[in-house]
Design a protein around this ligand. Structure first.
Ligand code: ADP
Ligand code: MG
Length: 621
């Protein structure tokens, strides 16, 4: 069952609003609450949840700078107390310093309304459930402008206009409308998932971007936010793992086949509050140890509940950080619950082995099924680091070193490892010998053996082809027979929308279709194997539009997008290649300007010279 925080709140809903005593106020973590429009949205939505609302509507205009409107059907504010609510340190949620030790509400500092009102124009319309008459207050820059009695249904509507109108310095620091929107959406989507029993409806500039039903079904909320593909694929954390514990862990986590380029998809809630906690984030990542490819992060939505006395939320002004009485216990509980879920519920074959990430694709790319087992066995041969260590080389080296440490040969021991060749020189002519681990091409050249990482090499080839075509403005788009649809979370949609012109210039035609859904209509003609779905998810998750970095071609942003495209279009590790395909790949690699590294800077090729081979076989003459 979903968390029932509103029931916890019921006990304090009818406490009158009072200004906290100086001593209590002094113990409250002080600091600025209102940094940007998203902080206003956060504080107001938290107030609505604390008021026991089951329906919350949020309308944002112009990234929240022009207007933020939040309407709820909560308990409302009594007419007598309405003006008090806008005083600093006025709260109905707390009275004594001991209350601070077991906070069960999202708010408790009595500062938000005062802070918000001081930097904007506020219209607060509210009616308390037990009263017949409602109240409308207008405040400008914190000063009460009018106070009228009005009729309205129980609940509260807050309209915040012209944020920071009287603080130009603050206004200057606001980012673009898009960025502010993204912050707001990122916050709201998380709360929509954590509170499935509450119906959220969000509009941005009049367009609905998120709506949850309030049915109480967390998976339905996940799907409303993330779309069917991602939301529907997540596994529910097995409740029995922490049923008897004081620390309970609930939520949803991705199977091992689902992963992302950054940690942004790990969301943590502690006692109904979204927090950013590095240690618990790490506990989630740890739970996937060895199950995900390196540098990839899980998707997880984890809710931890514990007695309020076990966790101090009075640490950070924005209340997004907490301190645990027993941090280790929290870490263990999260790590264990997530790990158990991932391991038990994920089909055994889905556990990631090098190359398995793309195993499904490789399979339907007309591969004999029998390869799968072989592939997974072979894939365990993957070297750990960049350089191959030959086991047999070690004893030999040690023996040589022990026997005659000052011999010239011994000093070269380090150099005996297969060399990582420099990245500037071109390739010698190579003859393909075969493929190892469905990942590496083995070739012979004028000076020894060459191992080529097929994926990295192909990425390099595509990257140079693509940038060359692009430089001449000639990336032909190939229309798809059937457009592919991709659904993203609202904040990602904003991100992707910003990239659409760049994608268009690269031959990828994507159009917005419905609130958070996009249709891919065409792909670059040279890249028929591009997985558009995965590409768009990568881009939305890892590219910050406007990010700056030095780059040889046009802009850093475009260069990043090209690299992502090449990564997604390149042959995968785990794909069995025919001799013809391998020859073709080597041939194309020879024609690149920088054949020795992939666009991400990893080596494409390792060389073991004939001399090294001879030496390691003890042929030292
Ligand atoms: P806090 O939430 O820390 O108590 P706020 O400044 O956010 O402080 O709000 C002050 C008080 O105003 C709250 O304690 C609550 O009694 C009342 N209040 C604010 N928003 C609402 C709302 N949407 N519904 C009912 N009461 C509200
Ligand atoms: Mg509050």
């Amino acid at each position: 069952p979903p968390l029932q925080f509103s029931s916890l709140h019921a006990t304090i809903l009818y406490m009158p609003i009072k200004v906290l005593s100086e001593t209590v106020a002094a113990r409250i973590a002080a600091g600025e609450v209102v940094e940007r429009p998203a902080s206003v949205v956060k504080e107001l939505v938290e107030n609505s949840l604390d008021a026991g609302a089951t329906r919350v509507e949020i309308d944002i205009v112009d990234g929240g700078q022009k207007r933020i409107r939040i309407q709820d059907n909560g308990c409302g504010i009594p007419r007598e107390e309405a003006t008090l609510a806008f005083k600093r340190h006025a709260t109905s949620k707390l009275e004594t310093a001991t209350d601070l030790e077991r906070i069960a509400t999202l708010g408790f500092r009595g500062e938000a309304l005062a802070s918000i009102a001081s930097v904007s124009r506020v219209t607060c319309t509210t009616r308390h459930v037990d009263e017949k008459v409602g109240t409308r207050l207008r405040l400008e820059g914190g000063k009460l402008v009018s106070n009228t009695a009005i009729g309205r249904p129980p609940g509260t509507e807050m309209v915040i206009e012209d944020l920071f109108y009287n603080v130009p310095a603050r206004r200057k620091f606001l980012r673009t409308e898009r960025t502010e929107r993204r912050h707001i959406d990122a916050f709201l989507t998380r709360y929509a998932i954590a509170y499935p029993e509450i119906a959220f409806r969000v509009t941005q500039n009049g367009h609905e971007v998120l709506a949850t039903s309030g049915s109480g079904d967390p998976q339905a909320a996940l799907i409303a936010v993330y779309g069917m593909d991602l939301g529907g694929s997540l596994l529910e954390i097995a409740p029995e793992t922490t049923a008897e514990q004081p620390i309970q862990v609930r939520g949803f986590v991705g199977p091992t086949t689902v992963h992302r380029a950054n940690r942004g998809y790990i969301t943590l809630f502690i006692n109904g509050r979204w927090v950013e906690d590095l240690r618990l984030t790490y506990a989630v990542i740890q739970a996937y140890h060895t199950l995900l490819p390196t540098k990839r992060y899980p998707v997880a939505f984890v809710e931890v509940t514990m007695p309020p006395g076990e966790v101090d939320v009075n640490v950070h002004p924005a209340k997004t950080e907490v301190r645990f009485r027993d941090g280790d216990a929290a870490f263990r509980a999260v790590q264990r619950a997530v790990r158990a879920t991932v391991i038990e519920q994920a089909p055994a074959a889905a556990a990631w082995e090098p190359g398995a990430e793309h195993a499904e694709q490789a399979e339907d790319a007309s591969q004999p099924q029998g390869n799968a087992a072989l592939r997974s066995k072979l894939s365990q041969l993957q070297p750990q680091g960049r350089q191959i260590e030959f086991d047999t080389a070690r004893p030999a080296r040690q023996a040589a070193g022990a026997a005659a440490a000052d011999q010239p040969g011994a000093a070269q021991a380090e150099g005996e490892r297969p060399a990582l060749s420099g990245s500037t020189s071109s390739l010698p002519p190579l003859r393909v010998i075969g493929q190892a681990a469905s990942m590496f091409i083995i070739a012979e050249g004028p000076d020894g053996l060459y191992l080529i990482d097929q994926h990295a090499a192909h990425e390099r080839i595509l990257y140079e082809q693509m940038t060359a075509r692009w430089a001449t403005g000639d990336v032909p788009a190939q229309p798809l027979l059937e457009p592919q649809s991709v659904t993203l979370a609202p904040d990602e949609s904003d991100q992707l929308e910003a990239l659409l012109p760049t994608l268009h210039a690269l031959g990828i035609e994507v159009e917005a279709f419905g609130p958070n859904t996009f249709l891919v209509r065409a792909l670059p003609a040279p890249l028929p194997d591009l997985d558009a779905n995965k590409l768009l998810i990568d881009l939305a998750g890892s590219i910050e539009a406007g990010a700056e970095a030095p780059s040889p071609i046009r802009t850093a942003l475009e260069e990043q997008v090209v690299r992502h495209i090449c990564k997604r279009a390149a042959v995968k590790a785990g794909q069995v290649l025919s001799t013809e395909e391998m020859k073709r790949l080597i041939h194309d690699l020879e024609r690149t300007e920088n054949p020795r590294t992939c666009p991400h800077g990893r080596p494409t090729i390792l060389q073991i010279s004939t001399t090294q081979l001879a030496r390691q076989f003890g042929r030292t003459e």
